[in-house]
Design a binder for this molecule. Structure first.
Ligand code: GDP
Length: 365
């Protein structure tokens, strides 16, 4: 399964956030594909649409989809030079598919800051610099090899060297690899370099209790937002401390607590949904008597591969899919009415699944 890695300097609230995620947590038993590891937390993706579909279909149960967060603690300044357990942590980041970068925006005299005082921009720069330096080393090593190989006269090495030079120039400038437009022919190379700064990133601005309702008024959050905007990255303000407390409560207490705070849902839900999008994931549904269920596929997945997420037999024996868009089902009010008005389509093996599709697969066994 795809994983989002939580990174950030020490004492910014990573473990607090991770604990909130794990406790809010999903019954891992429902998700057999998920990893069992104390540093990996399974989260269900909160999705109102499941409940609206269930209102129509009246299933016996509702099953949301899930993905994983990995707690990558221990990143410090100097990691790329092997400070702390530097290389080990960079290695963990290499394995995740997207990065949730936690920055400290809360003031708390009892919690020391590794650099003396709260300054989220400096923190962002510190972490990003480590990632950039690690990538620069990877790129330069590979570039040296490509230059040697170029002597063979094979064209692909020249293409590779050119792309690597482009990357090295950007990284030397402190820019992440994701900002570099790489030639089509060199995309494969880029993928197997597993560059840290090529991964999509979002910033979780960890604010204190007082800033929860109007985080956009907090000057630290404003600074983070301005910087993130330059990078084209999203910012999700969150109060990790409160989220961890919310996650401890049972459903009834939780509702009362959220009402007290004057919010409709835990901030964690937004972080989960944003991370899901960041991973390039979309949701399709299956809707039947036994269950209404959400399934995850990468954006761009075709119908047979989407069917394969449920069972490999569905992919192998795929014939067709009956598809209705979520909005069309809701507007029709029932599956029968949707069918009558011609909103249920028959799609073949080249159909690209859309977020919110409700699918029924026909297949040979
Ligand atoms: P990590 O080193 O990044 O994993 O940071 P921790 O999650 O261990 O948090 C460091 C300290 O900051 C702990 O004492 C937390 O209780 C505190 N902390 C974390 N999040 C918040 C927050 O949102 N508000 C406040 N006031 N304190 C927080």
């Amino acid at each position: 399964p795809l994983q989002a890695g939580i990174v950030g300097l020490p004492n910014v609230g990573k473990s607090t956030l991770f604990n909130a995620i794990t406790r809010a947590g999903a019954e891992a038993a429902n998700y057999p594909f998920c990893t069992i590891d104390p540093n990996v937390g399974v989260v269900e993706v909160p999705d109102e649409r499941l409940h609206r579909i269930a209102d129509i279909v009246h299933p016996r149960r509702i099953v949301p989809t899930a993905f994983e967060f990995v707690d990558i603690a221990g990143l410090v300044a100097g990691a790329s030079k092997g400070e702390g357990l530097g290389n080990k942590f960079l290695g963990h980041i290499r394995e995740v598919d997207a990065i949730v970068h936690v920055v400290r925006c809360f003031e708390n005299p009892d919690v020391t800051h590794v650099a003396g005082h709260v300054d989220p921009i400096r923190d962002m720069e510190t972490i990003n610099l480590e990632l950039v330096l690690a990538d620069l080393e990877t790129v330069e090593r590979r570039l040296e090899r490509a230059r040697k190989n170029m002597k063979s006269g094979e064209k692909r090495f020249a293409v590779e060297a050119e792309a690597l030079e482009q990357l090295a120039a950007a990284l030397s400038d402190g820019k992440p690899a994701r900002t570099v437009a790489i030639a089509e022919e060199a995309r494969g190379l880029l993928r197997d370099l597993h560059l840290l700064t090529a991964k999509p990133v979002l910033y979780a601005a960890n604010v204190d209790e007082h800033s929860m309702q109007h985080p956009e008024e907090n000057p630290h959050v404003q600074a983070v937002m301005a910087r993130a905007q330059q990078e084209g990255a999203e910012v999700v303000p969150i109060c990790a401390q409160i989220e961890a407390e919310i996650a401890e409560l049972d459903a009834e207490e939780r509702a009362a607590f959220l009402a007290d705070l004057g919010v409709a849902e835990p901030g964690l839900n937004r972080l989960i949904r944003s991370s899901y999008r960041l991973l390039g994931l979309i949701t399709y549904f299956t809707a039947g008597e036994p269950e209404v269920r959400a399934w995850t596929v990468r954006r761009g997945t075709k119908a047979p591969q989407a069917a394969g997420v449920i069972h490999s037999d569905f992919e192998r024996g795929f014939i067709r899919a009956e598809v209705i868009a979520y909005e069309d089902l809701i507007a029709a009010g029932s599956m029968a009415a949707a069918r009558e008005s011609g909103k249920v389509r028959l799609e073949g093996k080249d159909y690209v699944v859309q977020d919110g599709d409700i699918m029924h697969f026909r297949f040979n066994v």
